[in-house]
Write a protein that binds this ligand. Structure first.
Ligand SMILES: Nc1ncnc2c1ncn2[C@@H]1O[C@H](COP(=O)(O)OP(=O)(O)OP(=O)(O)O)[C@@H](O)[C@H]1O
Length: 255
């Protein structure tokens, strides 16, 4: 068993004084005539990692897509640093500092690590690209070691770090990450969870969806349970890990 994860958390300190970087109030969204999100409320602070858990099909991915603008907000409010974005395009939200790292790998496999980072920063002015690449290598040193290697030859876990690094190129305020540990060995999953901490340490608010909820809650500052399109429960990562109902229903652990 690893050391107490609370001692290594990067998250914002208790009793947040600044305003949240991301605020959702009564957010409704869905597909055609099916409403999936039915009144989501959420606050995310800079430097904080919040993990969303829930049953299959509960709408976790839909939540991330709604914040990014890939799924329309039908009702309610989404604010980034106090600015309403719920009617904005994904491009406009990117401009506000919201980045989505979708499920699966989406790098350019035949291009080098460094070329991929440049692609991640293609909207940036030239000087910012160099700074972004530096930031990426400082945050994820293994990528610096592999900078000339084709992305497709990296291990699955390293490719996931590359996805995060491409998001970090944009100096984001909010990173939305869907299932970063999917399909990885347990050792690789540990590296990815450690990388999430490194990402949040850039004063980024991280909203994470993870099947591997036990590991995710160990690195997250807070967890949220989504049920029937609403936040049914929320608390610190460790409170969620200790909650008998959460353990039984979502973590596959004895109550
Ligand atoms: N493009 C779409 N059109 C119609 N229905 C969709 C679409 N995408 C997702 N859904 C449905 O919306 C519901 C929520 O899906 P979502 O992927 O958000 O769930 P999830 O909680 O992320 O699930 P999982 O843990 O299985 O990934 C599911 O019933 C799904 O079938």
């Amino acid at each position: 068993m690893a050391a107490d994860p609370s001692s290594t958390r990067t998250g914002a300190t208790a009793g947040h004084h600044q305003q949240p970087v991301l605020t959702l109030r009564d957010v409704h969204a869905g597909y055609q005539d099916v409403e999936i999100l039915r009144g989501i409320d959420l606050d995310l602070h800079r430097g904080e990692t919040v993990c969303v858990i829930g049953a299959n099909g509960a709408g976790k991915s839909t939540l991330l897509k709604t914040v990014f603008g890939m799924v329309a907000t039908r009702r309610g409010s989404i604010r980034v640093d106090g600015v309403e974005v719920s009617r904005d395009s994904t491009r406009a939200r990117l401009g506000r500092g919201v980045v989505l790292v979708p499920q699966g790998r989406c790098n350019f496999p035949r291009m080098s690590v460094e070329e991929n980072l440049r692609m991640g920063g293609y909207t940036l002015p030239r000087g910012a690209v160099a700074a972004g690449i530096e930031r990426a290598y400082r945050t994820f040193p293994v990528l610096g070691e592999r900078r000339g290697q084709a992305a497709g030859n990296l291990s699955g876990g390293e490719q996931q770090l590359l996805e995060m690094a491409m998001a970090l190129m944009l100096d984001p305020k909010v990173v939305l990450i869907d299932e970063p540990s999917l399909g990885l060995s347990p050792a690789m999953q540990q590296r990815v969870f450690a990388a999430l901490r490194a990402l949040a340490a850039h004063q980024v608010g991280v909203l994470l969806v993870e099947q591997n909820a036990v590991q995710a809650l160990k690195v997250a500052d807070r967890g949220l349970v989504v049920e029937w399109g609403r936040v049914a429960k929320s608390g610190t990562g460790s409170a969620m890990l200790d909650d008998p109902d959460v353990r039984r229903a979502y973590l596959g652990l004895p109550a």
